[in-house]
Design a protein around this ligand. Structure first.
Ligand code: ARG
Length: 578
């Protein structure tokens, strides 16, 4: 049951009933402060001119006509004409009862769309770096949320597996293999391999020419060259997969649809753009001139799809990708997760593709940008010596640091149990630190804050979940078959109940805006409300009557299920003990 949607519909009807014209804004928000109701409706003020009445009178009229007798206990007009809405505890209790009995927490699926989610997309020539970490984590969480809401999600890992830099890499690999090295060893450190190839390219006589030859051979599909290329990308994809595995990310080999997959289609794509009159020849290149993105002097932006020498670009591949996704896969929506520096590229790409009819009017193309991960000095995240941070090493360090913290805590856990917990806490902490920030801003990577058991962190939330499990163990009740009436008498119980109802609102927002931090904020608030509920409303204390105890256990159980569901959508694991 989506409480927000329900209230909104009722208030919209009330607006119509008091003579407000169709399309009158109906601002309805969750109250952020205790004592101002659970929700607030702020639509009266905007109607004063139109209805020629004072806003408090209008608010009162809305209160008089709105049909919420079943759901609402009290509506109060406050301040200049706000309406504070208090939900009926009995009604809330009924809804929670239904949610607790349902494996989907009574959350209905949305009208199904086919959604292409383009994320992770490392460049295979090099080691995967932190920018791809952000894309991977955020994209995966949005993909899972869309799936939970019933959409058909098609993951597309648009890996950078093609282009001129491969000429140099393949020439270098060829020599290594000729010297009897095997690909896995030669490529065990991609950064080193890349650097060595680059040094040869810049300094060794004849090597640059061989590298260029390899580019030509690659383009023309030469068998020996393709074999080398396949060798290279296999090893490099395996590196990425190691990271995915560690990260508990749902990407599979079958989701890989790299740049090379569009190679055969680039000429046809450019031809189509030409026929449609969207690109023209300019100084030997094929260019779309975009008047809608002109500079201050009025010069249109130039979007190149083929260079004067005939070579294709990143942009060409993206046009081909759109044709495939929107035409063949039937995407209603495409979401692409890259850092914000590519914003201009995707804006132009969208404009060109729409003009060409590759994107139809009812299809959306959404670039979902994110900011940078920064070091504690506020500069782009680097190793101490200024190199790129290897993701695999970063994740290992997270696990090691978590292990130290876990081992410091008092508990009766075995060494093996602690190891498993450290894995989940370490990885969870890195992922959550990223997911919980509004993705559009930069954020500072800090081990101590992300691994803290206090505050908006993964360990805090994982702990909240484990805490409920320990309550159930202590209460010695079978949580699977717990059957009791929920009663919401205390304020803390009611606040927790309203928050539990709002889970659906949070995930719907994640699905429409591709912003997992909304879900993080929600889960954090839920866990915090649970902690204060648990303090104010004891469950296991002597003298609590059976009915109250069971009702509170039901609330604890639904809290745990909601935490687990939310953390799962974020790709973060929970555990029974911590
Ligand atoms: N490989 C690119 C990069 O690392 C990201 C690709 C994103 N997707 C796309 N369709 N262009 O920057």
């Amino acid at each position: 049951m989506n409480l927000h949607t329900l209230l909104l519909a009722k208030f919209q009807a009330a607006l119509t009933a008091i003579g407000a014209p169709e399309g009158t804004p109906a601002p309805l928000s969750r109250s952020t402060r205790v004592g101002f109701g659970h929700y607030q409706f702020n639509g009266a003020m905007a109607l004063t001119k139109l209805l020629k009445q004072n806003p408090r009178d209008i608010a009162q009229k809305i209160v008089d006509v709105v049909e919420l007798d079943d759901e609402v206990e009290k509506l109060e007009v406050a301040g200049p004409g706000f309406i504070n809405i208090y939900i009926k505890p009995q009604w809330l209790a009924q809804q929670l009862q239904v949610a607790n009995a349902d494996s989907r927490l009574a959350i209905k699926t949305e009208k199904q769309q086919t959604v292409v989610v383009d994320y992770s997309a490392p460049n295979l020539a090099k080691e995967m770096h932190v920018g791809h970490l952000r894309s991977t984590i955020i994209g995966d969480s949005v993909a899972k949320t869309l799936e939970f809401l019933g959409h058909k999600v098609i993951r597309q890992n648009h890996m950078g597996d093609w282009g001129t830099q491969f000429g140099m890499l393949l020439a270098h690999l060829n020599d290594k293999l000729a010297a009897n090295e095997i690909a896995e060893t030669a490529l065990s450190d991609l950064e080193d391999f890349y650097r060595a190839a680059k040094v040869r390219f810049d300094n060794e006589d004849g090597f640059a020419d061989r590298a260029r030859d390899y580019v030509v051979k690659l383009q023309s599909g030469d068998a020996q060259c393709m074999q080398l290329w396949q060798n290279f990308i296999d090893v490099s994809i395996a590196h990425s997969e190691e990271v995915y595995e560690k990260l508990n990310v749902s990407l599979k080999r079958s989701d890989v649809m790299g740049e090379s997959a569009y190679n055969h289609d680039l000429a046809a794509t450019v031809a189509e753009l030409k026929t449609a009159g969207i690109v023209v020849e300019s100084q030997g290149a094929q260019v779309a001139f975009l008047q809608e993105m002109a500079d201050k002097e009025g010069n249109p932006a130039a979007y190149i799809v083929q260079k004067s020498g005939g070579g294709y670009l990143y942009a060409t591949t993206d046009q081909a990708a759109i044709r495939y996704r929107n035409g063949v896969l039937g995407a209603d929506r495409t979401l692409i997760f890259t850092d914000v520096r590519q914003a201009l590229h995707f804006k132009q790409t969208g404009i060109v593709a729409r003009k060409a009819g590759f994107i139809k009017a009812d299809q959306s193309y959404e670039h979902c940008p994110f900011g940078m991960m920064l070091g504690s000095d506020g500069k782009p995240f680097k190793t101490r010596t200024g190199g790129t941070v290897k993701l695999a090493e970063l994740l290992e360090e997270a696990i090691e640091r978590a292990a130290i913290l876990i081992n410091k805590r008092e508990s009766d856990l075995s060494a093996q149990e602690r190891k498993i917990i450290a894995d989940k806490v370490g990885i969870g902490a890195v992922k959550y630190a990223d997911l919980s920030k509004n993705r559009t801003t930069d954020y500072i990577f800090n081990w101590d804050t992300m691994l803290s058991f206090e505050g908006n962190t993964a360990p805090y939330l994982q702990y909240a979940y484990a805490r409920v499990q320990s309550i159930f163990r202590k209460a010695d009740v079978d949580d699977v078959n717990l059957q009791a009436d929920i009663q919401l008498e205390e304020v803390q119980e009611q606040l927790l109940a309203v928050k539990l109802m709002q889970y659906v609102e949070a995930i719907k927002q994640v699905s429409s805006e591709a912003t997992p931090h909304v879900l993080c904020t929600y889960i954090y608030e839920l866990a915090s409300l649970f902690m204060s509920f648990y303090e104010a409303c004891p469950i296991l204390k002597e003298g609590i009557d059976e009915q109250t105890k069971n009702s509170r256990l039901m609330l604890a159980q639904l809290t745990a299920k909601t935490l687990q569901s939310g953390l799962d959508l974020l790709g973060i694991e929970t555990m029974e003990k911590m």
